[in-house]
Ligand binder design. Structure first.
Ligand code: ZN
Length: 255
């Protein structure tokens, strides 16, 4: 491994990984599948192992910076952790019982609750997607609903991630003797502003089309606005009128 050569490191890691996987084939050795994450920006949840994986790069700015006030870190790295844990109850993972297999093993009331939440989040996502996908997709209900369907797992995970990060912020606040304003913003406002910068992007029109047509993750601005609009706390923090765009009449949790 060399500090200065990303590509050579990637090749060396791939070679080591392939040899290790081949050695493990046919034996009882388990191969931990996330070693390659050292080299890619990303995070994931594995339903089979029921664990999450966060790449090392996410432990650096702009996702995490120990020198910044805690509300900023809760909103970024905290929300990413929450997002991945949120995948454990998404429409794919919740059908994986502890002993393996695929079944509807939750109690009916619990299942109905998460399905209702998912429906609520999807409705708000659909609204926000209209603002950020190419116009021909926004105007075509079939294309739009395909995009919503494809990204439903991510939408729910975004909602859960943001909500968990906010809950963590509130717990942290209880332990502080006093929490000061951050550059003139209240801790909640700073938290939401930091979250809103999480998926800043400046795509070309081709990249925009590709994302709308094929990507699992919806466009960054739609993800951010949708997740924020699912929580009443955002509208309260910024004094948005009830029924306005970012504080819709139907939100997905009661304050
Ligand atoms: Zn995800």
């Amino acid at each position: 491994m060399l500090d200065s050569d990303w590509f050579a490191n990637g090749v060396a890691m791939q070679r080591w990984w392939t040899e290790r996987t081949l050695r493990a084939a046919g034996t009882s050795d388990s191969v931990v599948p996330f070693a390659l994450r050292t080299f890619v920006l990303g995070a994931s949840y594995s339903p089979a192992a029921n664990d999450i994986s966060i790449s090392r790069i996410l432990l650096r700015p702009p996702f995490f910076d120990a020198a910044l006030p805690a509300p900023i870190n809760f909103a970024r790295l905290g929300a990413i952790y929450g997002h991945e844990i949120g995948h454990s109850v998404d429409r794919q993972s919740r059908f994986h019982p502890a002993g393996g297999g695929f079944s509807r093993w939750w109690r009916e009331g619990t299942m109905a609750g998460i399905e209702a939440r998912e429906e609520c989040v999807s409705t708000i996502y659909t609204e926000k997607l209209r603002d950020f996908v190419p116009e021909e997709i926004a105007r075509d209900p079939r294309q739009l609903s395909r995009l919503v369907e494809r990204s439903a797992r991510e939408a729910l995970a975004d909602h859960i991630g943001l909500r968990s990060a906010l809950a963590a912020l509130r717990e942290w606040q209880k332990q502080q003797p006093s929490v000061e304003a951050i550059a003139g913003w209240s801790p909640e406002q700073a938290f939401f502003l930091a979250y809103s910068q999480l998926w800043c992007q400046s795509p070309t029109s081709v990249a925009e089309d590709l994302q709308a047509l094929h990507a699992v993750h919806p466009p960054g601005p739609a993800r951010i606005n949708a997740a924020l609009a699912t929580l009443p706390e955002f509208g309260e923090a910024f004094g948005c009128a009830v029924g306005s765009k970012m504080r819709p009449l139907t939100q997905c949790v009661t304050p």
